[in-house]
Design a binder for this molecule. Structure first.
Ligand code: CMP
Length: 136
C-alpha cells in the first residue's frame, strides 16, 4: 500500500558553498524523490533560531543557528512513499563519522555541524518545517 508523504530537506551552507546542490538534488531524484518545490535563500540568524527552536536548550544551539544563517541554503519540498524515513535513511547519521557508506552525510559531510543536509525527523515536524519555508 502506498504512503505518499512530503518532507523538508535543506542543503546546508557547507554544501552550497562547495556547489554540491545539483549533485545532491540528483541523489534525491535517483532515489525516487520528487522535488515539488525548492528555493535558494539566505536566512537571518533570527529565522534560524525560530527554525531550530526545538534545540533551544542544547549547548550547540547558538553555533547551529549562526551556521545555518552563515550563507545560502537550498530548501526543498520532497515527496515520495514514506518520504520522512526514506530521507533520513538517505542522509545517514547526524555525525558524518558515524554515517553509513553511500549516505549523503558520509559522502559530503565535513563535521557534525557541517553535515551538508537537514531532514525532518517525523511527519509532524515535516509539516511544521514545510510550513516554515513554503507557506503561501
Ligand atoms: P540537523 O539534522 O540539521 O539538526 C540539528 C543539527 O545540529 C544537526 O543536524 C547537526 O548539524 C547539529 N549539531 C551540532 N552538534 C550536535 C550534537 N552534539 N548532536 C546533534 N546535533 C548536533
Amino acid at each position: 500500500m502506498n504512503n505518499i508523504e512530503e518532507t523538508l530537506s535543506i542543503i546546508k551552507p557547507d554544501a552550497v558553498e562547495r556547489n554540491l546542490q545539483d549533485q545532491i538534488k540528483n541523489e534525491f531524484k535517483s532515489k525516487g524523490f520528487e522535488i515539488l518545490n525548492e528555493k535558494k535563500i539566505h536566512i537571518t540568524k533570527e529565522e534560524a533560531e525560530k527554525f531550530y527552536k526545538v534545540h533551544e536548550s542544547k549547548p550547540f544551539y547558538n553555533d547551529l543557528c549562526a551556521y545555518l544563517s552563515s550563507g545560502p541554503i537550498v530548501v526543498m519540498k520532497l515527496q515520495k512513499d514514506n518520504a520522512v524515513l526514506e530521507n533520513r535513511k538517505l542522509m545517514g547519521a547526524t555525525n558524518p563519522d558515524n554515517a553509513e557508506e553511500g549516505t549523503l552525510r558520509k559522502k559530503y559531510g565535513i563535521s557534525i555541524d557541517k553535515n551538508s543536509v537537514h531532514g525532518s525527523d517525523s511527519l509532524e515536524n515535516a509539516k511544521i518545517e514545510l510550513d516554515f519555508f513554503f507557506k503561501d
